[in-house]
Design a protein around this ligand. Structure first.
Ligand SMILES: CC(C)(COP(=O)(O)OP(=O)(O)OC[C@H]1O[C@@H](n2cnc3c(N)ncnc32)[C@H](O)[C@@H]1OP(=O)(O)O)[C@@H](O)C(=O)NCCC(=O)NCCS
Length: 143
């Protein structure tokens, strides 16, 4: 298993991976391609032959945002998401950011537990943040 940065050439691979993983909060192809091209945006994957897990994040000066963390359903509970978050935190720190934010669905206990284990704390909530009306919890990690 190795870490790799993904680029626009990997857009179809990411879309296939999200579909296979039944991930509903992903971007459309157009937005995903634009997001892969952002100067301050990163897609980091853990992969062998195919993608096993991905994390995406942006870094703007003092602040970073983790946007997506997704592990293939057949590869969950093996520590991949934890290891990807730690790698992302290391990269974000090297780039000089001091605070990392993320939002998560209130019902997403596996992800909430993961973020707490990775040292994030809840700072606020956004009511009806998601399209289906679910609230978001906002987490922060100071580094
Ligand atoms: C959330 C998700 C990324 C976790 O990935 P993972 O590789 O299975 O997580 P890890 O094996 O690294 O687990 C790290 C910690 O997360 C928590 N966790 C992971 N899966 C869990 C589950 N099913 N139930 C409760 N806690 C869970 C635990 O605290 C775990 O630590 P532990 O093993 O010491 O108990 C994965 O379930 C997933 O892809 N879910 C769908 C996409 C998603 O919801 N992403 C997050 C919102 S963007």
């Amino acid at each position: 298993m190795r870490f790799e940065f993904l680029t626009e050439k990997d857009a179809e691979k990411i879309l296939r991976f999200e579909k296979k993983s039944d991930y509903k909060d992903g971007y459309s192809e157009k937005v995903l391609r634009a997001s892969l091209n952002r100067e301050n945006g990163y897609y980091l994957a853990l992969s062998e032959d195919d993608l096993s897990a991905i994390i995406s994040f942006t870094v703007s000066e003092d602040f970073a945002d983790i946007e997506e963390v997704l592990v293939s359903p057949s590869e969950r509970k093996k520590g991949y998401a934890f290891s990807l978050i730690n790698k992302a935190v290391e990269i974000i720190k090297e780039k000089g950011a001091k605070k990392i934010f993320l939002e998560v669905r209130r019902s997403n206990l596996p992800a909430i537990n993961l973020y707490i284990k990775a040292g994030f704390s809840k700072i606020s909530e956004r009511k009806k943040y998601y399209q289906d009306g679910e609230d978001a919890l906002i987490f922060i990690k100071e580094i």
